[in-house]
Design a binder for this molecule. Structure first.
Ligand SMILES: O=C(O)[C@H]1O[C@H](OP(=O)(O)OP(=O)(O)OC[C@H]2O[C@@H](n3ccc(=O)[nH]c3=O)[C@H](O)[C@@H]2O)[C@H](O)[C@@H](O)[C@@H]1O
Length: 477
């Protein structure tokens, strides 16, 4: 990855040469007299000077147009990394390293030291809390982009800060930052969850998926393979969507995954192929987890269960795709799967110093689903009951937007290798979600009592009340 200054130079050059070309074309017109050449040169110089000043003051605007790496996010300076101390001008340095090392330090014998990318995200925040709670060291990073309401991500960050977990304000495509992190801490594991999520949004913003899910994944693998000593084991988020047009059910890891139905799925499938290459060449221990429609407290507002809950409360219509079914998987179950995958990952066998591996390293992929698909109409009925309000439903045929009609996980491999056993029904899980949702948005809603008691308690993160409510209309798509 080029340095900031070099990248800025390239951008500036393109910008400047574009302006000069335009001006040259105007200059070649017959109406430009010889006497105006001097004026023309002065104009070019002045334009270049203005572009230079503009680039100095608004690098983020330029990088949004030209940089693949940052096209998915409202660009922010890579130098303002510790969200808790925005005054810090650079990363690296003693104070920065001290804070990172404190956060990364395990508090139990044999504890892991885990770098969690996407720690401000839904699954990342829950996993970070769970790891910290059992005495592992955790450092998070997140670019806090505005794909959905960043206030929610900041809320999760605040929760993590309460528990002593630092979440850096940084992008996975910032190779230098990753280098510095691996220099500062000998992480035993990386839990790589930073990604551009969402199946249907890929039609609107295809490049953001390439930037985060392909380029970003390579960036993490590169750093782990070449700048970490010893190399960590990596567990990363793939997706149930890789099964695409597969019709054999339940979906097994042995089934075909070469027919993705969306660009999102294609980038996740590409990630699995990239993982194979890095495992093969560099001896990185890599585990891909295929998540199945994960939901719960502190969830993603772009997902159907969350956006439907908001619409029901607001009395707005919702659109249901006819006959859609999902293997909805509760966050606590997924967290157990992630932790199990970390605990059983096995070591990487490569060496950053020699560039060689001592032997084959583990390369694994697992489904993390609930094993019981439920109709989306049923999911809405549960929400209606909990919220005490009917949804204004519009049912349409499933559009061709990358969606698939159903998902259904076979989890026997994860059960066998690390005891993964999902235990939360959609009724119980949505109750925990609605409980959190009502508190978080300070809604005046009394949640309907369960017909039968649910055995599980809400997730640790779900009981935290938010003092100042975020307007439900503020959340993104
Ligand atoms: O399992 C996965 O791999 C994926 O799960 C979800 O994707 P999806 O299952 O499509 O989740 P939602 O967007 O919440 O949709 C859930 C269901 O609601 C349906 N839906 C969605 C939106 C809508 O307006 N109407 C509607 O009926 C969809 O067809 C789908 O069956 C996540 O958004 C992806 O990031 C993740 O990778």
């Amino acid at each position: 990855m080029p340095s900031d200054a070099a990248a800025k130079g390239v951008k500036l050059e393109r910008y400047a040469s574009g302006s000069a070309l335009l001006l040259r074309r105007v200059a070649s017109g017959k109406f430009v007299s010889a006497s105006s050449h001097l004026l023309f040169r002065a104009t070019v110089l002045a334009t270049l000077a203005l572009v230079f000043l503009f680039a100095l003051h608004y690098p983020s605007l330029l990088s949004r147009s030209f940089s693949l790496a940052s096209s998915s996010v409202p660009s922010r300076s890579h130098r303002s990394l510790l969200a808790s101390s925005s005054a810090a001008p650079t990363y690296g340095g003693e104070r920065w390293q001290k804070e990172i090392r404190r956060s990364a330090k395990p508090r139990r014998d044999g504890g892991l030291s885990v770098l969690v990318t996407g720690a401000g995200g839904f699954v990342g925040a829950h996993c970070s809390l769970a790891l910290k709670a059992r005495g592992d060291g955790v450092v998070g990073l997140d670019n806090f982009n505005s794909y959905y309401d960043p206030a929610l991500k900041r809320g999760r960050q605040a929760l993590l800060a309460d528990r002593g977990v630092v979440v850096l304000d940084a992008d996975i495509n910032d190779a230098l930052l990753l280098e510095r992190l691996f220099e500062a801490v000998p992480f035993t594991h990386v839990l790589h969850l930073a990604a551009q999520a969402g199946v249907r949004y890929a039609m609107e913003a295809p490049q953001t998926y390439v930037a985060s899910n392909v380029a970003g994944l390579v960036s993490v693998f590169e750093a782990a393979a070449k700048h970490a000593d010893p190399q960590p084991a990596i567990v990363w988020a793939s997706s149930s969507s890789v099964y695409g047009l597969n019709t054999d059910a339940p979906f097994s890891e042995d089934h075909r995954t070469d027919r993705p139905a969306s660009l999102y799925a294609a980038t996740k499938k590409a990630g699995e192929a990239i993982a194979h290459a890095y495992n093969h060449i560099y001896g990185l221990s890599i585990t891909g987890l295929r998540f199945f429609t994960v939901y719960g407290p502190w969830g993603r507002p772009d997902m159907a269960y969350f956006s439907f809950a908001r619409s029901i409360v607001a009395g707005e219509p919702i659109t249901l795709y006819a006959d859609a079914r999902r293997d909805f998987t509760y966050i606590d179950d997924v967290v157990k799967g992630c932790v199990g995958a970390l605990d059983t990952a096995g070591r990487s066998t490569g060496s950053a110093r020699s560039g060689k591996k001592s032997g084959p390293a583990p390369l694994r992929v697992y489904n993390l689903g609930n094993t019981s698909p439920v109709a989306v109409t049923r999911m809405v009925a549960i929400l209606e009951k909990l919220l005490g309000k009917k949804a204004n439903k519009r049912v349409i045929a499933m559009p061709s937007n990358g969606d698939v009609p159903f998902t259904h996980a076979n989890v026997s491999h994860a059960a066998h290798d690390f005891g993964y056993r999902p235990t939360t029904s959609l009724d119980a899980g949505l109750r925990h979600f609605v409980d959190w949702f009502v508190h978080y948005y300070n809604l005046d809603i009394k949640i309907a009592k369960p017909a039968t008691s649910t055995s599980k308690k809400p997730a640790a993160a779900s009981t935290k009340k938010k003092g100042s409510a975020t307007s439900s209309s503020a959340a993104s798509s």
